[in-house]
Design a binder for this molecule. Structure first.
Ligand code: FMN
Length: 129
């Protein structure tokens, strides 16, 4: 049984604001998510982070434990954690490279007050693109 977790958090320091900080996260994540057969997508926007990850329960739980312990972000809140029939994400670790236009498509200016259903709509838009 596959599950999808969507969470939001706040960047600490330069996280998400510099190419280096993003590259460091993507490098480790790609390796781990491939190993664990997870698929994932992360968005950085104005100090806020939104990430969706899909895969088996135990692998997602392990990922969430690592994320909760990571000092590069704070205030992690799970917006959705549900069983899914099929994946919406295809890559081990995708970076959403145009967060502003994706947010605009759902009528939001910022990640901070996003709901699970709005995040799901963004995943649909990405998949259809
Ligand atoms: C915003 C953000 C997103 C992250 N996403 C992932 C991820 O999808 N997969 C992953 O393994 N680690 C991710 N990490 C890194 C983990 O928090 C942790 O540092 C890493 O999994 C440790 O891997 P290691 O035990 O192989 O060193 C992320 C970190 C941040 C700050």
């Amino acid at each position: 049984m596959l599950h999808r977790v969507i969470y939001a958090s706040e960047s600490v320091g330069a996280t998400g604001a510099t190419t280096l900080s993003i590259a460091q996260i993507l490098g480790v994540s790609e390796r781990n998510t491939r190993r664990d057969h997870l698929t994932s997508c992360v968005m950085f926007h104005q100090g806020h982070i939104l990430q969706a990850a899909e895969g088996a329960r135990a692998d997602l739980d392990r990922l969430m434990r690592r994320l909760l312990a990571d000092p590069r972000h704070s205030g992690l809140r799970v917006l959705a954690d549900t069983p899914i029939a099929a994946r919406r994400l295809d890559e081990p670790m995708a970076l959403c490279d145009d967060p502003r236009s994706l947010l605009e498509r759902i009528g939001m200016a910022c990640i901070s007050r996003i709901t699970a259903s709005e995040a799901e709509v963004m995943l649909d838009i990405r998949k259809a693109a």
